[in-house]
Design a protein around this ligand. Structure first.
Ligand code: SF4
Length: 292
């Protein structure tokens, strides 16, 4: 498989492949990053979907982010940017922004809700075919036939499912179809706080119990750090396998950047935020100092 990017970061080498697989090598005992390998990048708070559990509190009144912010010029080549919102497809400067990232060698991935994908399917297909984005995350709150069809037609599409939101029975409908899925932890912030209920809690418990079965039903299955913890993935797959695939804690080689509020933090669910000042590398080093 052809590498999409190869670079050195701190004391390790990174190779990123076209299917999204990332491999890190080092002779040292641990991986010490000098800048993030990947960032979550929020570009807008505008969204028309009004989801009851929206941890971003995005709405029709939500503002768009500044896609000409100077920090963008400090993004290192090879780094992955997972662009989201709000609805990133609604940002009027999305196309020139993606063109600029591509010119700089940044690997852009986009996350959209399936509702917005259905409204702008042609635009998304153009972004994928012109390689302005490499990966596409499609958020689904339940089984969706159109999302599955789209994912089967496009190899770099990953379905995003939220622990506690995605119904247990719907995992069975997705299994065995050769799909890629990412399970995200339930975020108890924003509207996620008031939406949390016994139903959500029970669903999280049932998903955890079903995990050994879920793990077997997909072409690729991955988890964010919150879901790893909530579902005790380490306990299910065992320490040895976990160490092989674990990409590190939030802030080890990743961070969150919000171009709407011009803030950064360890992750999108961190309550402690800092105003962006200086380069991405400088912001990352500040986070590392606070973490240590
Ligand atoms: S969860 Fe996503 S799709 Fe729903 S309102 Fe929030 S940003 Fe929009």
């Amino acid at each position: 498989m052809r590498p999409l990017a190869k670079y050195k970061n701190g004391n390790y080498e990174v190779v990123l492949y076209e299917d999204g697989t990332k491999v890190k090598f080092t002779d040292a005992d641990d991986f010490r990053a000098d800048y993030p390998d990947s960032i979550d990048l929020k570009i807008t708070d505008y969204c028309e979907n009004n989801c009851p559990m929206c941890h971003e509190m995005s709405s029709r009144e939500g503002r768009h982010g500044d896609l000409r912010h100077p920090i963008i010029d400090t993004f290192p080549a090879g780094m992955e940017a997972a662009i989201g919102g709000g609805n990133p497809l609604a940002h009027p400067d999305l196309l020139p922004f993606l063109e600029r990232l591509k010119e700089r060698g940044i690997i852009a991935n986009l996350t959209v809700n399936v509702i917005d994908l259905k409204k702008k399917r042609d635009l998304v297909e153009n972004l994928l075919s012109s390689r302005l984005i490499y990966g596409l995350g499609v958020s689904c709150s339940a089984y969706d036939e159109d999302a599955v069809t789209f994912a089967l037609e496009h190899p770099n599409v990953v379905l995003h499912l939220i622990n506690g939101i995605f119904p247990i029975a719907d995992y069975e409908k997705l299994r065995g179809k050769n799909l890629k899925v990412l399970i995200l932890g339930y975020k108890n912030v924003g509207k996620g706080k008031s939406f949390f209920s016994p139903t959500v809690r029970d669903r999280m418990r049932e998903t955890k119990a079903l995990l050994p079965v879920i793990l077997k039903g997909f072409n690729v299955i991955s988890f964010d750090n919150l879901a790893l913890e909530q579902l005790d993935v380490r306990g299910v797959i065992g320490e040895e396998r976990f160490r092989e695939i674990y990409m590190g804690e939030d802030g080890d080689a990743s961070m969150y950047v919000d171009l709407v509020k011009k803030e950064y933090s360890l992750s999108s669910s961190s309550e402690e935020r800092c105003m962006i000042a200086g380069s991405l590398r400088e912001c990352f080093h500040e986070l590392r100092k606070k973490k240590e």
